[in-house]
Structure formats: structure tokens, C-alpha cells
Design a protein around this ligand. Structure first.
Ligand code: RP5
Length: 193
């Protein structure tokens, strides 16, 4: 039986074949929106969102569902305890915690969950994040927090690191991570002018 619109179908097929891996990965983003959250992204204040958004953007772009919350270890301790203790049963596999000043959000989270905790020190204080960096990275032996760079680039890398952790058991995340790297490499010009 002849195709109803052979030219149209051919055009669609050609377009799909031309799609680069990064585009295919991006196309999956919309599918990820309704996905069950595997990563909890916590931040101490709503004012942390402009930095922490970078982690969520990376993960959503790779089809990883995130549960994003404003939870402060010192301002909302009960909200913190309730969420963190219930997270694993809700399907969360790891935490990304961003906070500024005397940043204990990541450390206190790591203290009450066996799940991996990635900490992002934020530059919201007069010390430009050095306080948060030391507070997050200098965990006493026994309760680890994997600590990233200060601010937005740290949040972005925490998102990428989380994706790399999930990629080991999830081929679709691995594929998206590979596509992300390829796209990034292709975007670097050979000369600066
Ligand atoms: C920290 O205090 C938060 O993580 C934030 O970085 C900082 C300031 O919070 P706001 O005073 O802007 O709410 O706990």
C-alpha cells in the first residue's frame, strides 16, 4: 500500500537522522518534567535559587527528576528533619545541598541520611563564600559531604556529578551525559578571535 505522504515522511526521517545527540537529549527534557524525583536539591534560602538553579537545569536537561526545596537547617529544622528522613522512601537517591554563611545544611543532612550528599557553598555573605566553603568541606571524619566550588559553577558541577553517579546504573542518563560533553567540546572555538 503506497504511503499517503511519502515526501513528508521522508523529510521527517531525514530531520531525525540529522539530529545531533545533544538535540536528542534536549528533546527528552520535556519528558523528564513529569518524572519521579531521584535527586533532592535543597537550599537554605529562596535567595540561593539563582545559583542552585544551575544544578536543576543540568539534571532536568538529562532527564533526571528533581525535588527542589527551600529548607534551612537552622530556620526550619523540623521541615528539614521531616523531609530528609522521608526522602529515601520517596525515591530520592542523593542530595544536593546549597547554603551560604555558616553553611551547615549539607553536613546536617549527611548526619541524618545514609544517602550521598553533595554540598555547594554559596557566596551570600560578606566573606564571598569562603565561610560556606570551609563550613561545608571541613566535615569531621565519619560523616562525608562531597563539596563543590563556590556559587553557580559549583552548583552546575554538583548537578553534573549527580548525573555521573546515576549514569552508572541508568543508560539514558549516561547517554545524555555523553551528549552534554560532546556539545560542550564542540562549543569551544579553536582560536580566541
Ligand atoms: C543561608 O543564609 C542561606 O543558605 C543563604 O545563603 C543565606 C542568606 O539567606 P537569606 O537571609 O537571604 O534568606 O542560610
Amino acid at each position: 500500500m503506497p504511503l499517503q505522504n511519502p515526501e513528508g515522511d521522508m523529510a521527517v526521517k531525514k530531520k531525525a537522522a540529522k539530529q545531533k545527540p545533544a538535540q536528542k537529549a534536549a528533546a527528552k527534557t520535556s519528558k523528564a518534567r513529569g518524572k519521579k524525583a531521584r535527586v533532592a536539591v535543597l537550599m537554605g534560602s529562596k535567595s540561593d535559587w539563582p545559583s542552585m538553579e544551575a544544578a536543576v537545569e543540568v539534571l532536568k536537561g538529562m532527564g533526571v527528576g528533581c525535588d527542589v526545596r527551600v529548607i534551612s537547617a537552622h530556620r526550619t529544622p523540623e521541615r528539614h528533619h521531616k523531609f530528609v528522613t522521608g526522602a529515601e522512601a520517596a525515591g530520592i537517591e542523593l542530595f544536593i545541598c546549597g547554603a551560604g554563611f555558616a553553611a551547615h545544611l549539607a553536613g546536617v543532612t549527611a548526619a541524618i541520611t545514609p544517602l550521598p550528599v553533595l554540598g555547594v557553598p554559596l557566596d551570600s555573605s560578606a566573606l564571598n563564600g569562603m565561610d560556606a566553603l570551609l563550613a561545608t568541606v571541613q566535615m569531621p571524619g565519619g560523616i562525608p559531604v562531597a563539596t563543590f566550588g563556590i556559587g553557580k559553577s559549583g552548583a552546575k558541577n554538583a548537578g553534573l556529578f549527580a548525573a555521573a553517579m546515576l549514569a552508572g546504573s541508568d543508560p539514558s542518563v549516561r547517554k545524555a551525559l555523553d551528549a552534554y560533553r560532546k556539545k560542550q567540546t564542540a562549543s569551544v572555538p579553536e582560536r580566541p578571535f
